[in-house]
Design a protein around this ligand. Structure first.
Ligand code: ZN
Length: 120
């Protein structure tokens, strides 16, 4: 398969409307406007199978050099167990899968809170 269109980055985040503005602002700061594939899915990396499948399509079609995973607090898809540790573990698992798909991809895992964004 030939690569016709290359994306700089693959962005993965939840559907939750409460965090979209912060994510958009963060993408702007990173100068990524118009240069990324976007997967928006309830629960982000919690639904590992769905995200991994979508990410594989992005990597195969657009060969992104970087990926950014935006987890967020108070995620409805997580229900009771919304701990940072659980988000962290899921994000790490997804990160490992992305690296499996593309060994030299640079993956950043972030946690969006109502007060800001931090690395996890
Ligand atoms: Zn969510």
């Amino acid at each position: 398969m030939s690569i016709q269109h290359k994306a700089h980055t693959l962005v993965i985040h939840c559907i939750d409307f409460r965090f979209q503005q912060q994510i958009e602002d963060n993408l702007k700061v990173r100068n990524l406007n118009g240069q990324f594939d976007r997967i928006s899915w309830p629960g982000v990396s919690k639904d590992f199978a769905s995200i991994a499948k979508s990410a594989e399509v992005s990597i195969n079609l657009h060969d992104p050099d970087e990926a950014i995973i935006y987890e967020h607090e108070d995620c409805g898809a997580y229900g009771e167990d919304n701990s940072l540790e659980t988000h962290c573990n899921n994000a790490k698992k997804l990160k490992a899968r992305l690296i499996e798909l593309k060994p030299d991809i640079k993956v950043t895992t972030l946690f969006v809170t109502f007060d800001g964004i931090k690395e996890i």
